[in-house]
Design a protein around this ligand. Structure first.
Ligand code: HEM
Length: 355
């Protein structure tokens, strides 16, 4: 059941959000970074193997039958270039040679008149189980604040230039963030979301946070659950400490994630399965039974990181990931995902103008 009142729809805010993301882009080591999750820890080769024992109700689209795909996995910081800072860390998974029309290609043709055909299939995940906003207007304000703070931070580190527009936006964003109670709450929620330390990315769990359709009527979220999970309680020692740990750990065996489907804990009138802010499952510790109360977490695939997997020397810069690079049976749901459709497409197009 959808409870949000679309007084501001995703279409009303998406162009502003795209502008804000363009504002946040920085250069680092001579490279033009992604507007978000620009700092990569590494991009590793993996195999994504769909299990052959899935319950009938979950066998749709990609998960219809057992299969194995080669994959690339890019790990990233959400906002910071320095690995010692707390952040929301990303895990983006790309499967290769997956047939079927992808929703992002349909959008590229209809909105931007660009013809593209992906034989890839993506999952975009972070190391938090919920996302701080749900409604379009709320996200728009949060996005404006974060993009501005990020642009100011890049300018003060000389990774982009100061402009009158940036200074004015910075003052307005800071005023809204600190002068009102709502603004302070928004800032607090955003900083809670980005409050994780990380040591090795292979020791973290990663969630989709937002919901996806499965088949015709299930609403699900995804979880990549590390089989060697450890809670990181302190930062790495060096600014590139997470990349170093990744390179060290990839030399060993046993780096694997169980890719799980999470189903909503209940389905009654008060529960809105599209609300990204609500937790669905219990803490999925690897050695504890999964979600013993609701039985809502089902491992459906294994992401096995190849030992000594060759690193992409550009750490995934040549790839782009999108939650919409999926077939219709896996359609992303809710206003936040709707905003992401055109945003990821436009930002990636700007990184690859000649493709
Ligand atoms: C409306 C909300 C959101 C907006 C506007 C947004 C925007 C973006 C943009 C512009 C990028 C860079 C794209 C590129 O240059 O190729 C990005 C990357 C990313 N986003 Fe989001 N995002 C949103 C929500 C989320 C959520 C809910 C998640 C949770 C899983 C998430 C996780 C990521 C990750 C992991 C990446 C890095 C992907 C990669 O490695 O290429 N984002 N986002």
């Amino acid at each position: 059941m959808t409870h949000y009142l679309p007084n501001t729809s995703p279409e009303d805010v998406v162009d502003d959000i795209i502008d804000q993301n363009f504002e946040a882009i920085a250069k680092w080591k001579g490279r033009r970074l992604r507007a978000q999750h620009g700092r990569s820890h590494g991009c590793v080769k993996a195999t994504f193997t769909i299990r052959d024992d899935l319950p009938e109700r979950l066998r749709h689209g990609l998960f219809e039958k057992a299969a194995s795909y080669s994959a690339a996995v890019r790990f990233s910081n959400g906002a910071h270039l320095d690995d010692r800072k707390t952040d929301a860390h990303g895990m983006a998974v790309k499967l290769f040679d997956v047939p079927g029309t992808k929703l992002i290609d349909v959008e590229a043709l209809s909105q931007l008149n660009i013809s593209q055909i992906s034989d890839e299939f993506d999952f975009v995940l972070v190391d938090r189980d919920t996302f701080p906003s749900y409604l379009s207007d709320d996200y728009e304000r949060l996005s404006s604040l974060i993009a501005t703070l990020q642009a100011l931070q890049h300018a003060s580190n000389k990774r982009r230039s100061w402009s009158l527009k940036l200074i004015t936006r910075g003052l307005v964003a800071l005023f809204h963030a600190f002068a009102t109670q709502k603004g302070r709450r928004r800032l607090q929620t955003a900083s809670d979301f980005a409050s994780n330390y990380m040591q090795s990315p292979f020791e973290a769990h990663f969630w989709s946070t937002t919901p996806y359709r499965l088949g015709t009527d299930l609403t699900v979220r995804y979880l990549a659950r590390s089989v060697r999970h450890k809670v990181a309680t302190k930062p790495v020692d060096e600014h590139d400490g997470i990349s170093r740990k990744l390179r060290q750990d990839v030399a060993g065996d046993g780096n694997r994630f169980e890719f799980c489907i999470i189903e909503p804990p209940r389905n009654d009138g008060d529960f809105d399965p599209l609300d990204n802010r609500v937790r669905w499952a219990c803490d999925p510790q690897p050695d504890a039974p999964l979600d013993p109360f609701h039985r809502t977490v089902t491992p459906i695939a294994d992401i096995t990181i190849e030992r000594d997997a060759e690193f992409d020397p550009l750490d995934g810069d040549t790839l782009s990931f999108s939650p919409w690079r999926v077939t219709a049976e896996h359609k992303p749901l809710g206003p936040i995902n709707e905003i992401r459709l055109k945003t990821y497409l436009s930002l990636a197009r700007a990184r690859f103008p000649n493709r």
